[in-house]
Design a binder for this molecule. Structure first.
Ligand code: ZN
Length: 223
């Protein structure tokens, strides 16, 4: 695991690096990649004390190994309120994605089994010193985790810091064919950009440590 900020770590071991990201904040694992990621997750956690597993959103490359993590570690499953039904009925994931072959292929090959949600996260909730902010659009219930004291933002897929198909680095909006409501997602991105986060952690792409860059990017997006 890589140190990102106090009490914030990024799991390594993925290929390509930063392709599909997971983080630990305090004793909470954020996201669980695809259903093939179990080995990587347990190797990276290396016996570390994890007491809950939470998601940014219920998509196949974020909830894939969630059931395995919660079962093996015996920890509660925390999912965004607006996505909690999809966490418990993963067939809703494909149903809510755009009807595009790549989206449907990802849903078929990456999504993991259902697991009961123990806590539905909503705006203002606290998770390991971070505040939950609702940021819908890329999924119905998408949330971000924000720690105002030092400006750390776990953004999920509201923006990507790499092209998820080619792997080319750079800040961008998520692919439209993987985003049910791109305009709502853009409004969420603009709202979060106004926080002027100092460290931005993405579902896809390397951490961004240039404080102004995300705000500049989201301000430049059309309304
Ligand atoms: Zn993703």
């Amino acid at each position: 695991m890589k140190d990102i900020a106090p009490d914030v770590w990024q799991l390594g071991g993925g290929f390509p690096p930063n392709g599909i990201n997971m983080f630990v904040i305090g004793d909470v694992l954020i996201d669980a990649a695809t259903r093939h990621a179990g080995r990587r997750i347990f190797r990276e956690l290396d016996g570390r004390d994890i007491n809950a597993h939470a998601l940014t959103h219920v998509h196949p490359d974020h909830q894939g190994a969630s059931h395995e993590v919660c079962e093996r570690l015996g920890v509660p499953y925390w999912a965004p309120e607006g996505d909690a039904d999809a966490a418990e009925q993963p067939e809703l994931i494909a149903e809510r994605q755009p009807d595009h072959p790549v989206a449907q292929f990802f849903a078929r090959t990456m999504s993991g089994p259902a697991h009961p949600v123990d806590r539905a996260l909503k705006e203002g909730d606290e998770v390991a010193g971070f505040t939950v902010l609702e940021a819908p659009g890329h999924s119905r219930g998408h949330i971000a985790y924000w720690r105002e004291s030092d400006g750390v933002l776990i953004l999920g897929d509201v923006l990507n810091n790499m092209d998820v198909i080619t792997g080319i680095p750079g800040l961008r909006e998520p692919k439209r064919f993987l985003t049910p409501d791109p305009l709502e997602n853009r409004r969420s991105a603009k709202r979060l950009g106004e926080l002027e986060p100092k460290i931005v952690l993405f579902g896809h792409g390397a951490p961004l440590r240039d404080g102004r860059k995300m705000a500049e990017f989201t301000r430049a997006l059309p309304d």
